[in-house]
Design a protein around this ligand. Structure first.
Ligand code: SF4
Ligand code: SF4
Length: 93
């Protein structure tokens, strides 16, 4: 049986994800070839992308998901999981 995910805020995130993702020396944004971009017209603020990001680099700001590109590696799990197709993918320049 699958356990239900019940994460209500950053305090509920796994400690390793938070500490590794937010330490200044561990910036991983330069690894990215593809960039996820949130379309806030389509986004319903369901926060599924925030729950699934393996690097804990989708932040919640004013009740909206905001991608921290200093840490986003471009794995695109967020785009895959978004139920509204609100995250598009663009080639990194
Ligand atoms: S999963 Fe999609 S709709 Fe939900 S908050 Fe993220 S971008 Fe918005
Ligand atoms: S592309 Fe991957 S690392 Fe970047 S915000 Fe989405 S899930 Fe997180």
């Amino acid at each position: 049986m699958t356990e239900k995910i019940d994460i209500k805020g950053e305090k509920d995130m796994p400690a390793m994800a938070m500490s590794l993702g937010l330490m200044d020396w561990n910036k991983t944004g330069s690894w990215r070839n593809l960039r996820p971009v949130i379309d806030y017209e389509k986004c319903t603020r369901c926060m599924i992308c925030w729950k699934f990001c393996p690097d804990a680099c989708i932040l919640i700001r004013d009740e909206e998901p905001v991608i921290d590109y200093d840490y986003c590696k471009g794995c695109l799990i967020c785009a895959e999981e978004c139920p509204r197709d609100a995250i598009s993918v663009v080639k990194e320049e």
